[in-house]
Design a protein around this ligand. Structure first.
Ligand code: GLV
Ligand code: MN
Ligand code: MN
Length: 419
């Protein structure tokens, strides 16, 4: 590979800004493109246009994953990169989008330099990575690798009601390509860290060694709705109290287990949600994560026991649904080492680290050698419109991605010039 080959950072930043216009949250740099909404469709259409402009072969599969492939000098399974372009409702412009647009940028850099990768090189964006509208998270890549059947995935209900299959068809992205999809030669995802570690350590590149385990549960507690003024405390069956105690409990549990255990109640809804009514029901989510599977299981069991006891003490009943459950994932050591070596070669500081967030790469790790590249997040902020990464760090991450992809491709050859 030509040692001085670099991506065009301005072109990458321009694409990030152009995509961020779609679903822009006024007065911020962030965006709201929940999966399979009109905003997601508009974002998809724009990225597909860019893929087409680069002459990539585009496939859309039956769960709406979109993959653009640059032909290689030889045939065979592609080296793949990519991420997602859906966001949480209060998202930033880099989460997911960076990995997709940096992949496009790598491809445009090769084309512009008149180079063809030995192996085909593909960039994909995967449906509903966030799982914020349709749980679980990483849904499109999970279906791609055969971890969830298509028919089951299409039946998933959105938090606002519609069925996933209907929304996918409505936005025009229920494609014809089969799932599970083609097994890539290798998979690499560039992503912002979304946490504080790289910035705090003054490091430019994270060589991601794996992803912590994720456990999402939705809990519905049902009690007795009644008048808030006339119902004596001793006679209440208040699901709101149970939900509040659970939210406090999981935080205390994380404190007790210690780092890296995390625990979050991120969504809570009371019914009927009125100032002077003891709620009839409370529905809330619990997100538990840890890098060690046994510890994660302990946290789940401790929470389940607390929930049962607390609800019984208040005379309430409980229903739970698992929204997502993924064991911790370990990435391929050779690909992680390639990330480290690429960062060193480019003169960037680099550190091995696990990922706290879930990523499409963790699904690809089930079927092919996989790793990730992290770039720092200012103040460690993400899932927030204030999410930011310095342009120089974005460029560093994209250059590392370029090198690792080309190494996995087995190098490049001069493109044939048309006679
Ligand atoms: C998904 O992006 C998650 O980590 O919640
Ligand atoms: Mn992401
Ligand atoms: Mn995210």
């Amino acid at each position: 590979m030509p040692a001085d080959l670099r991506v065009d950072a301005d072109r990458l930043l321009t694409r990030l800004a152009d995509l961020a216009v779609i679903g822009a949250i006024e007065g911020t740099d962030g965006c709201a493109r929940l999966a399979l909404t009109d905003e997601d469709r508009a974002g998809r259409d724009l990225v597909v246009t860019w893929m087409r402009d680069l002459g990539l072969e585009i496939t859309i599969d039956r769960i709406g994953n979109v993959i653009g492939t640059l032909a290689g000098a030889t045939d065979g399974p592609p080296v793949m990169c990519g991420s997602h372009i859906d966001t949480v409702r209060t998202g930033g412009r880099y989460d997911g989008n960076l990995g997709v647009l940096a992949g496009l940028e790598v491809i445009e850099t090769l084309i512009g330099a008149g180079l063809t990768p030995e192996r085909p090189l593909a960039v994909g964006f995967f449906t509903d990575e966030e799982g914020a509208r349709f749980p679980p998270d990483m849904l499109g890549s999970l279906v791609y690798v055969g971890g969830l059947g298509l028919e089951d995935a299409l039946e998933i209900e959105a938090i606002d009601g519609p069925r996933l299959g209907d929304e996918l068809a409505r936005i025009g992205y229920a494609g014809p390509a089969p799932v599970p999809g083609l097994v890539p030669h290798a998979f690499v995802e560039l992503h912002i860290e979304q946490g504080p570690v790289l910035e705090a350590e003054g490091i430019t590149i994270g060589a991601v060694t794996g992803v912590q385990g994720i456990s999402w549960t939705e809990v519905t507690v049902t009690g007795q709705s009644n008048h808030a003024g006339t119902t004596p405390i001793a006679l209440r069956r208040d699901p709101g109290l149970v939900a509040a105690r659970c939210a406090a409990f999981v935080r205390d549990l994380a404190d007790e287990i210690g780092h890296p255990q995390v625990a979050t109640v991120g969504r809570i809804e009371f019914h009927p949600n009125l100032v002077n009514v003891v709620p009839a029901s409370a529905t809330f989510t619990v997100d538990l994560r840890h890098t060690d599977e046994a510890t994660l299981q302990t946290a789940e069991a401790r929470f389940a026991e607390f929930l049962t006891t607390t609800a019984a003490a208040e005379g309430c009943t409980v229903e739970t649904t698992t929204l997502a459950r993924f064991e911790p994932v370990v990435f391929d050591d050779e690909v992680v080492a390639m990330v480290e070596a690429a960062a060193h070669d480019l003169g960037h500081s680099v550190q091995r680290m696990p990922s706290g967030a879930g990523h499409d790469a963790q699904m690809f790790a089930r079927i092919c050698p996989t790793a990730m590249v992290f770039t720092p997040s200012v103040d460690g902020i993400s899932h927030n419109p204030a999410e930011h990464t310095a342009p120089a760090d974005l460029a560093a991450g994209a250059d590392v991605l370029l090198r690792v992809l080309l190494e996995l491709c087995g190098g490049v050859v001069e493109s044939a010039v048309a006679p």
